[in-house]
Design a protein around this ligand. Structure first.
Ligand SMILES: Cc1ncc(COP(=O)(O)O)c(C=O)c1O
Length: 400
């Protein structure tokens, strides 16, 4: 009995919220995929506006052909970790290609982006002499990596270089290694970090900067190299982490760096050494998507055009948006119940977005998180705007 007691309160609250709307926002099954922006759910076609398919490459012809080819050539799985039998020529080649694209000397491919952060952070910082400083809104995998390391963890205020400066200043010379972790674009609100200032502060105090560009790779910068490219500080980043599960439309993750010591992680990072490597199909699809990203800038242009249209429309409708224009457009609702109800209303109106509620959100906010794709057609965007227009009318009628 005792083992399950801790779930009771949350389970009861959750059940009450689900009964109110009659479907589970955290258990949606895409019964049939119809392309990068459409799926059948419960017999009805819906527009997908809560994916991370920023460049819309999940159905790219070249990526699909490369994945099929890789299965024919190398089979369906590697059945081993990077450290043992799970490193194929394609894993190595992708490391070389990612490093070259980003301008780093070293790169390691992991099985997921979660594991890339988990593996890099937990191996780089060690107790008792090292300290990890985290932006308060960092993704769970950054927190988990810090916890796995066992090193002391200090949080600084979200996107606040002064807060980081104060905390690093207080440490003085007491500690050995200092690792500062933050993200380019934050996944829930779509807000952008002041990466230039954060890196400057980190380096001023002799700390290393680890930047997770999971949501900004392929999206920001003239070449899609992320927020740090847009801000002209790509070469200042000590450790650049990323994922294949968003703009690269596959599964896997990576860490890139100019520090040759990154290679030590190959025999000291547990999340690298003790899990199977990404499958040949996943690696081939990510490689093909990377090639597409490098050669075709029009996808990023489409993405931003779509993001701007949605952001402008929602602003006009009066939604309380969490951040200026970016491909993640999150609207604040008044509490959990309203957010559940609004999420369900959008589903009934043919649009899937992400529902995010505390404790998974910053500042205990309840939000509808919409993410735009380059693959959204004008028809998709019209459907999204129509559904949000109806939602805004319904919320206004309720408030009156
Ligand atoms: C900021 C951030 N980092 C890392 C990850 C993990 O990526 P993956 O899906 O490859 O595990 C995510 C996933 O949502 C993320 O939002």
């Amino acid at each position: 009995m005792g083992l399950f007691d801790k779930f009771q309160t949350t389970a009861t609250q959750y059940k009450a919220l689900l009964e109110g709307i009659g479907r589970d926002p955290f258990g949606v099954s895409m019964d049939e995929m119809k392309g990068p922006t459409r799926a059948i759910v419960n017999g009805k076609e819906i527009v997908l506006a809560g994916t991370n398919n920023y460049l819309g490459l999940t159905y790219d012809d070249e990526a699909i052909a490369a994945a099929k080819d890789a299965i024919d050539q190398s089979g369906t799985g590697t059945t081993g970790s990077r450290f043992a039998n799970g490193t194929y020529a394609a894993h190595r080649q992708l490391e070389i290609d990612l490093a070259a694209f980003l301008g780093f000397k070293h790169c390691m491919v992991f099985s997921t982006g979660y594991q890339a952060n988990l593996g890099a952070i937990s191996a780089l910082a060690q107790p008792p002499e090292d300290v990890i400083l985290l932006d308060a809104d960092c993704h769970a995998c950054i927190y988990d990596g810090a916890q796995l390391s066992g090193a002391e963890i200090i949080r600084f205020r979200h996107n606040d270089p002064d807060s980081l400066d104060k905390r690093l200043g207080r440490l003085g010379d007491k500690v050995n290694g200092k690792l500062v972790c933050f993200e380019g674009m934050y996944s829930m609100f779509g807000d952008i970090a002041p990466v230039k200032e954060l890196i400057e502060v980190a380096h001023k105090h002799g700390a290393y900067a680890l930047l997770d560009e999971a949501h900004s790779f392929g999206v920001f910068g003239d070449h899609g190299r992320g927020v740090c490219e847009a801000e002209g500080v790509l070469d200042q980043v000590d450790f650049y982490t990323g994922t294949f599960s968003k703009s690269l439309a596959s599964i896997g993750g990576f860490v890139a760096s100019n520090h040759p010591e990154l290679e030590y992680l190959r025999f000291s990072s547990r999340p690298y050494m003790f899990t199977a490597s990404p499958s040949p199909a996943n690696v081939a699809a990510a490689s093909a998507a990377l090639a597409r990203l490098k050669s075709d800038q029009s996808m990023r242009a489409d993405l931003w055009r779509n993001a701007k249209r949605i952001h402008a429309a929602f602003t006009q409708l009066g939604f309380d948006l969490c951040a200026p224009e970016s491909p993640v457009i999150a609207a604040r609702l008044k509490g959990r119940e309203q957010a559940f109800m609004a999420w369900n209303f959008l589903m009934e109106n043919g649009v899937y977005v992400n529902l995010a509620i505390p404790p998974g959100t910053p500042n205990a906010t309840s939000i509808l998180r919409l993410s735009v794709s380059a693959a959204h057609t004008n028809e998709d965007l019209d459907a999204i705007i129509n559904a949000y227009t109806a939602l805004s009318e319904m919320l206004s009628a309720e408030a009156a």
